[in-house]
Design a protein around this ligand. Structure first.
Ligand code: ADE
Length: 226
């Protein structure tokens, strides 16, 4: 999969995408991430990419021209399956959306700043608008990093069997069960007997029950969708 990201603060995307599983995905050649500095398509020699908003009011708007030029230039060599704008008024990200996006070949992500991007870019270029939650970040970069991570770990071959994404919380609309490691007894707090039984059927049953219970307690809304 190839992901291109348009940003005015590419530095913000460096660290999250260069470690751990995202690094492995890229090292294995399963994921290619290209971060482009939007100022490359600035409207003048001062690197301008934003301007005051019509109608007045505080806050700058990211202008049409740099974004349109960037999208058009990148689209000459890559056919994007989706052009995604990260914005707090987008559709809220969930596992189903990440699963769907992980099946695509080429994605372009646009990180907004200031008051956001000119509405005409949203109308004429953007095909999907995603929010990572009901709160406002200073820009779309951290949201893009979250989105890339949630998609990247689903690509076949990125995770090994033990860490398989199939067992993640939300993958079947249930939260993951509790997990334990050594020692069996820590300060008198014991690992549940079922996990120590060596009986795989019993262990699976226990885990499923715990998943259901945890989902019922913490996120009953997820069970309504089952
Ligand atoms: N940009 C600013 N806040 C955001 C959010 N919550 N989700 C996605 N992009 C954003």
């Amino acid at each position: 999969m190839r992901i291109d990201i348009l940003s005015v603060l590419p530095e913000l995307l460096e660290s999250p995408l260069q470690h751990s599983i995202m690094k492995r995905a890229q090292d294995k050649g399963l994921l290619e991430v290209h971060v482009h500095h939007l100022r490359k398509w600035a409207v003048n020699e001062y690197g301008q990419i934003d301007d005051y908003q019509y109608g007045g009011g505080a806050g700058m708007v990211m202008m049409c021209e740099p974004l349109a030029k960037a999208i058009e230039e990148l689209s000459q060599t890559v056919t994007y399956d989706e052009i995604i704008y990260l914005t707090p008024d987008g559709k809220q990200l969930n596992q189903q959306i990440s699963n769907g996006l992980s099946l695509k070949k080429n994605l372009l992500m646009i990180c907004g700043h200031y008051k956001g991007i000119d509405e005409r870019i949203r109308e004429h270029f953007v095909t999907m608008e995603i929010s990572i939650g009901d709160y406002v970040l200073s820009g779309g970069e951290l949201a893009a990093a979250v989105l890339v991570d949630s998609i990247g770990r689903l690509l076949p071959g990125v995770l090994n069997d033990e860490t398989s994404a199939l067992f993640d919380s939300f993958q079947d609309n249930l939260l993951a069960p509790p997990v334990y490691s050594r020692p069996v007894d820590f300060r008198g707090w014991k690992v549940p007997d079922a996990l120590m039984s060596g009986n795989h059927r019993l262990i699976e049953e226990w885990r499923h029950e715990q998943s259901l219970k945890r989902t019922q307690d913490r996120r009953p809304d997820l069970l309504k969708d089952l």
